[in-house]
Design a binder for this molecule. Structure first.
Ligand code: GAF
Length: 413
């Protein structure tokens, strides 16, 4: 038998206590408070956000915790339990794009983006601890940004993000949409990762017990009830431990290809192609005649078909026909693997192994090139499917994967 490794989600008080203790131990005082924000898995709608498309993420119970105290100067002192390098110090006056390296760019970037937007944000001390696995395609960077954003909102009294009800619903979605945009700016401009906005929206705007239907054309959201346990099902997350990074070139290349295709087709975004009443056939035929047409056709075909799959997925959930989403997940994975070419061996092994062990559907989730896969499985089969995946990885000499069960959690608060 192959042993399986599980990435546990800390309960909220335990996570808050860890961040508070790190703050105490580092700065010798108590923080003003502790805030936290979740990672996410995307159910479907991958590489659609920067094409003004649709995505359907859920917030994980795994969260990043930020203990923060406001300062009266413009100094930021940061420490993270996940970073052995000790305390870092950055003056906000010197915090401009390109000047801050590594994980600190995400933290300082949020303060920078708030200041750029005219908010009166000064220095602060911050201690971070997190159970969102790093580099696992589960949005550890968005969780870090969002936890710092709601913390700065609170300690500086900005009144942007609003609170969260006991049932896990945000009170001011419009405010949170603006905060999410600032987090995207932090990631794009300070950290230099050309990502879309799905992850920050998921962390700030999700609702417990629901998937977040995100329309990236106008930023609109709908909370779609998502309670797999009621259907005897569960969502198994397979962290392949194959590290991915969006700062490197592949993600940017995909995004550039989509923008190139839209330009050639004379549309503002590929969403227009996906929504065209006459279908996508004419657009694909037009692209096929270009010199590099074959690649562009496949990239556009992924984006447009993926947007259609998000619609079908939500229709199935609305109809209470959860098993019907399984084949849509499979089709999404095939499209990401063959047309968009962002999968990798570990992700394909994870998907194939879960399906062979009885999953109803499976796909890579997030940007790809490593990271995590998700599988829809019968609740009673969770352990058996995980064991089968671990055995498949061991048999191929791949790194030991880690597992989690995703239950839709509340947003940043
Ligand atoms: C990463 C990015 F950060 C998101 O914006 C999104 O593009 C995703 O990859 C792919 O759907 O998570």
């Amino acid at each position: 038998d192959t042993a399986t490794v599980w990435t546990a989600a800390w309960d909220r008080p335990a996570g808050e206590e860890r961040a508070r203790e790190l703050f105490d131990a580092t700065f010798g005082t108590a923080p003003d408070g502790v805030w936290s924000a979740p990672g996410r898995v995307n159910l479907i709608g991958e590489h659609t956000d920067y094409n003004a498309g649709l995505a359907l993420p859920v917030a994980l119970p795994h969260r990043t915790y930020a203990a923060v105290a406001r300062r009266d100067d413009d100094l930021v002192r940061l420490v993270s339990a996940q970073e052995p390098s000790g305390v870092r110090e950055v003056r906000l006056a010197h915090a401009v794009p390109g000047a801050v390296r590594g994980w600190a760019a995400y933290v300082v970037g949020v303060a920078w983006a708030l200041r750029e937007a005219g908010h009166d944000v000064g220095g602060f001390d911050v201690a971070i601890d997190s159970c969102v696995p790093f580099g696992a395609g589960l949005s550890s960077s968005a969780a870090l940004e969002a936890s710092v954003a709601v913390a700065l909102d609170a300690v500086h009294g900005l009144g942007l993000a609003g609170g969260v009800d006991a049932d896990g619903a945000a009170r001011d979605d419009a405010g949170r949409a603006r905060v999410a945009e600032l987090c995207v700016r932090a990631e794009n401009e300070m950290a230099g990762a050309p990502t879309g906005g799905m992850d920050q929206a998921a962390s700030l705007r999700a609702r417990a017990g629901h998937a977040l239907l995100l329309d990236c054309r106008d930023g609109g959201v709908r909370h779609v009830p998502f309670d797999l346990a009621a259907h005897g099902l569960a969502l198994l997350v397979v962290d392949t431990r194959a590290e991915h990074s969006h700062v490197d070139g592949e993600y940017a290349q995909r995004r550039a290809a989509c923008e190139d295709a839209a330009r050639r087709l004379g549309v503002a975004s590929l969403r227009e192609v996906a929504d065209a009443a006459e279908g996508t056939g004419a657009a694909l035929a037009a692209l096929a005649t270009a010199a590099d047409g074959d690649v562009l056709v496949r990239r556009v075909r992924h984006v447009t078909s993926e947007i259609a799959r998000v619609r079908a997925f939500v229709e199935a959930l609305d109809a209470g026909d959860v098993p019907a989403v399984g084949p849509l997940m499979d089709a999404s994975h095939a499209s990401l693997r063959d047309d968009y070419e962002v999968s990798c061996r570990e992700l394909d092994v994870a998907v194939d192994a879960t399906l062979a062990a009885g999953a109803l559907g499976a796909r890579m989730t997030g940007g790809g090139f490593g990271g995590s896969a998700i599988a829809l499985v019968r609740a009673a089969d969770v352990d058996a499917v995980a064991t089968a995946v671990a055995a498949a990885f061991a048999a191929r000499g791949l790194a030991t994967p880690a597992f989690a069960v995703a239950v839709a959690g509340p947003p940043a608060a």
